[in-house]
Write a new protein. Structure first.
Length: 612
């Protein structure tokens, strides 16, 4: 077998040596041949050849002679040429993707579905780098949390994959704990507490340059949640912030939660639930139980807005399923905050959902189970729920026990105080009841956190005044500030005053107790409607020809029939005493009227028969 001519052999060796040097520089020093550089070399060679053809003959002869002398020298042997070539080929067949991140010096990333740990020495810039190797022209799929990237390996070219700067440091305690506080703000009744806690944590975090992106992202999330749940947002700035957030952090696990918060603030409850339909499958923060729980809250509010009974039941049942799912997830949660808040909250809201479906026995059972795991104000809420239902059933003694336990669990919980006040009203203890409602009406903390409960306390004080025998004029005067505050008509100019007061009672029932802002108070609306009805019946005796009274009675009859469908049947069978006595009085009056009508009809039929 003939050996290669010396010029050809030396040319091949030159190419192999250049390739070996280039591979070594690329591999060990990181000086890479970019694809643009490769094309520029090829283009430059073509251009150089073209220019060589344009040179004078003497210049071309000199260049050609010089290269021939170099190539003709005995620089190598066939063995050395083969060795260098075999050395270059394996290196050219294997490449790597340079992966970089900020935060910890070591991270675990899935590469083609297999976990691999990357590590790096301390870097002054806190930008750490490592390599993921593979065959040339193959693709590597990277996964870290919710970050995904696919990179292809090219020879002598280093492709880079950089994990988002905020993601790797998000697991640091100061960031992960803040995200937990923000996600717990989605649990009803505790929004302000956890938003404030998150704000304090964010302001106390001292971040390095490497951690700044994570801190900026947290600030984004906090601002949107705060605008949705805590502060008024008349210009809808949160929508602009969400747009900026999604463009800056695409596929972030918080995106569906922030959109849901915006929809909730806009009272678009169906859209809120839809935004969270798949959020529970997203890994990372916030916890999956948050998605399931808040979706249930949205569905429960959507049930209140339902146009039909079937739609209300369907949405309520869906809400129960979401709460049960949240309960199952949070039962074994390792984070104390979720275990002590999410778990009992999920059971508590199942109880509320069951109450919406009229399942009072199941509701009490769920409230009792939730109270076993709840503490503080949440425990007070569960016990208050028990007391409320027992009160509705006329079991005043049982209600009193539950409500006193609620106030012991949280002495500052105003709803338990309010319901206990109604127990006292039912027991005709007007003095103690008045003290309780006075406290709620002047509670500045309650005014900031739940102004509607201040309104309810003020209404209760007016009711007490009525029960104590106040003059009609004085009663109307006490109602006026409340009507003005809630922008409800005060029927100024209507006479007699008895008719004006009946109008006001009906307006408060519709504008406050049946308002979507005051859910769960339908029985109070019923008490006022029946009170107005009985007032109209009394007026009818004195003003028989007044058509306004007939119109009011007709309207109130329709109102009462509608409201009776919204309350538990237990309310309709209460004894005739206390503030709710008007419900029982109305029913006895209504039944008596029905009997009178039937007797009258029977007498008329008998008279006609006799005449015949």
């Amino acid at each position: 077998m003939k050996s290669l001519p010396i010029p050809v052999r030396n040319a091949a060796l030159a190419v192999a040596l250049i390739a070996l040097v280039r591979v070594s520089v690329w591999y060990f020093l990181g000086w890479q041949v970019q694809k643009s550089e490769l094309w520029s070399v090829i283009g430059g060679s073509v251009a150089g050849g073209f220019v060589h053809q344009l040179l004078p003959k003497t210049s071309k002869t000199f260049i050609t002679k010089t290269f021939r002398q170099i190539l003709a020298s005995r620089l190598t042997t066939p063995f050395l040429l083969t060795f260098v070539t075999l050395l270059c080929l394996p290196i050219l067949m294997v490449g790597y993707i340079q992966i970089s991140w900020r935060g910890p010096t070591a991270i675990t990333v899935k590469v083609n579905s297999k976990e691999k740990t990357f590590s790096s020495e301390e870097s002054p810039s806190a930008l750490y780098q490592d390599r993921a190797y593979g065959m040339t022209f193959s693709s590597l799929n990277f996964e870290y949390g919710n970050w995904r990237a696919t990179k292809k390996i090219f020879p002598l070219t280093t492709e880079k994959a950089q994990i988002p700067a905020w993601m790797t440091v998000a697991s640091f305690p100061q960031f992960s704990e803040t995200e937990e506080q923000l996600s717990m703000a989605y649990f009803q009744f505790f929004e302000i507490r956890y938003i404030t806690a998150a704000k304090n944590k964010i302001s106390s975090i001292k971040v390095s340059e490497a951690q700044r992106p994570a801190a900026e992202r947290l600030q984004f999330i906090y601002q949107i949640i705060n605008l949705a749940f805590s502060e008024p947002d008349l210009s809808d700035a949160k929508s602009v912030l969400i747009g900026n957030f999604t463009s800056r952090y695409p596929d972030d696990p918080w995106t569906p939660f922030l959109k849901a918060a915006r929809y909730y603030a806009q009272k678009k409850y169906v859209e809120c639930a839809d935004a969270l339909s798949n959020a529970g499958r997203i890994s990372g923060y916030p916890k999956n139980s948050t998605a399931r729980f808040f979706r249930g809250v949205c569905l429960l509010d959507a049930a209140r807005d339902a146009q039909t009974v079937a739609q209300k039941q369907s949405r309520t049942n869906d809400a129960i399923e979401s709460f049960r799912s949240a309960e199952a997830i949070s039962r074994t949660d390792r984070v104390d905050g979720y275990r002590s808040l999410a778990y009992p909250s999920s059971i508590y809201f199942q109880a509320i959902s069951s109450y919406y479906l009229g399942k009072t026995d199941e509701t009490i059972s769920l409230f009792k189970r939730a109270s076993e795991f709840a503490t503080g104000s949440l425990k007070a809420r569960t016990l208050n729920g028990i007391g409320y239902i027992e009160l509705s059933r006329g079991h005043t003694d049982k209600a009193e026990v539950a409500l006193q336990a609620a106030m012991e669990s949280d002495p500052n919980f105003p709803l338990a105080r309010s319901n206990y006040g109604y127990v006292l009203l039912d027991k005709n203890d007007f003095k103690t009841a008045s003290e309780i409602f006075e406290k709620n009406a002047s509670d500045e903390k309650l005014r900031l956190e739940s102004y509607k409960d201040v309104v309810l306390a003020k209404l209760a004080l007016v009711f007490l005044s009525e029960l104590s025998g106040a003059q009609i004029h004085d009663t109307i005067f006490q109602y006026l500030p409340i009507l003005k505050d809630r922008q409800i008509q005060d029927f100024e100019g209507v006479v007699p005053e008895e008719l004006r007061l009946a109008y006001i009672h009906r307006a408060i029932a519709d504008g406050i107790y049946l308002s979507k802002s005051f859910y769960g108070l339908e029985v109070f609306a019923l008490a006022l409607q029946t009170r107005a009805y009985l007032e109209a019946i009394q007026m009818k005796k004195n003003f028989k020809e007044d058509a306004r009274i007939d119109a009011l009675l007709t309207s109130l009859s329709a109102d009462i029939q509608h409201t009776e469908k919204l309350v538990s049947s237990d309310w309709l069978n209460r004894p005739e005493k206390g503030w709710f006595a008007t419900i029982a009085k109305y029913r006895s009056t209504f039944e008596a009227n029905e009997k009178n009508i039937s007797s009258s009809e029977a007498a008329t039929i008998s008279q006609h028969s006799t005449e015949k």
